[in-house]
Ligand binder design. Structure first.
Ligand code: GAF
Length: 381
């Protein structure tokens, strides 16, 4: 990967003034709970989006996407139109909503950006881009925006300008991640509770290298089914339905709408698992954490129905290699992408080996194995 400041100078013919790095994220537990106002426990990772930039004397933005050798240019004093090219809408969308919040922001810039987050793999390459652009605007315009505000602007850009109806986990994590910590986020109050990554454990991510075309449609239908279930309980969001309330009316919901029942079953139990995982981490109980991660995977497979056979197979292999201390599960939106493992350091190589010996043989696809570290959120580097 070429450094963004080197590529900036090659492309624009003068050196960049500053560089921002915004991380991707991996979610340890708490899937599809964020847009149900629930709990998640991700960490920012040491893979992300680097943006090198220099201010200009006018209000023009010239954008160079290094990895795909494409460019964009626009004047931010004029309304920003949508583009046919999806990546351009992430940049334009964030600037659009920054300006909605800070109308004084009309600072032009030259920027060059590059990412090493694998795309469409459940590791939030989009959020890393949004947060990198948000931070770039904040620095360029010396805007008084908190990192939480930048995160919510990123989410708004993705929801309303790009048209993907995501929750807030990915942007909050890219903005507010903490080195060496998992962060439990209450996606309603936005309160963040950090917990250290357990000593002697590594975070391994294994990419199935399967990408699903139908992710957006499937994601939106899951959201709708959750809303139907929340309405059934007369709740604002599934966060407000306790496991006891769910059990009491489970069969009525099942008769009313089988899918809403299954989705609610996942979300309500998953919220509970995140809280239990936080307790397990606090007391260093890695066996319980592993059990919770396995239950989360099963729930995504059986009730939320967002796993695929390749991912189920990876999780199964990883759980065998890791054994009782630590765990593995699918991470991210689903329908392909990655599994995440919390694995004792001495089992990293046996894990890598077991997957290498079996996954491709079984599926015909070569996996990618990443060891990553829990990292800080967006910053100038
Ligand atoms: C995607 C979304 F962008 C997140 O908001 C979250 O819902 C996740 O899928 C599932 O937990 O990454």
């Amino acid at each position: 990967m070429i450094a963004s400041n080197t590529a900036f100078e090659q492309h624009f013919g003068y050196p960049a003034q500053k560089t921002v790095f915004a991380p991707g994220r991996v979610n340890i537990i708490g899937e599809h709970t964020d847009y149900n106002d629930g709990f998640v426990m991700p960490c920012a990772i040491n893979y992300g989006m680097a943006v090198s930039f220099s201010p200009r004397d006018d209000s023009i933005w010239r954008v160079y996407a290094i990895d795909i050798h494409e460019t964009d240019a626009f004047d931010i004093k004029k309304p920003l139109p949508h583009s046919e090219d999806k990546w351009k809408n992430y940049v334009r969308g964030v600037i659009h909503y920054i300006q909605a919040r800070c109308p004084e922001f009309v600072q032009g810039a030259d920027i060059a950006m590059t990412s090493n987050v694998p795309m469409s793999s459940g590791l939030s390459s989009s959020a890393a881009l949004e947060i990198a652009i948000g931070k770039t605007c904040q620095v360029l315009g010396d805007l008084s925006l908190s990192l939480t505000e930048i995160a919510l602007i990123g989410q708004q850009a993705e929801n309303q300008f790009v048209g993907a109806n995501c929750g807030n986990m990915d942007q909050l994590t890219s903005a507010l991640g903490q080195k060496d910590h998992l962060i439990m986020i209450d996606c309603r109050s936005l309160e963040i509770t950090p917990t250290s990554v357990p000593q002697g454990y590594a975070i391994a991510i294994i990419n199935s290298n399967v990408k699903h075309d139908l992710v957006t449609g499937e994601y939106n239908s899951r959201r709708q089914e959750c809303e139907i279930a929340a309405q059934f309980f007369g709740a604002n969001a599934l966060r407000d339905v306790s496991p006891e309330q769910f059990s009491e009316r489970a069969s009525a919901l099942q008769q009313f709408n089988e899918l809403a029942y299954k989705r609610a079953k996942h979300v309500i139990s998953e919220n509970h698992r995140v809280l239990a995982a936080a307790d397990a981490l606090k007391s260093g109980d890695m066996q319980t954490l592993g059990t919770l991660m396995a239950a989360s995977h099963d729930s995504m497979r059986d009730d939320f129905e967002i796993t695929i056979p390749e991912i189920d197979y990876l999780a199964e292999l990883a759980q065998v290699a890791i054994g009782k201390d630590g765990g593995a599960r699918m991470t991210g939106g689903g329908f392909g992408g990655c599994i995440v493992c919390l694995v004792p350091d001495h089992k990293v190589e046996p894990l890598r080996r077991l997957i290498a010996e079996n996954y491709q043989k079984q599926t015909g696809i070569q996996e990618t194995f990443y060891l990553c570290t829990a990292s800080d959120g967006v910053k100038l580097i």
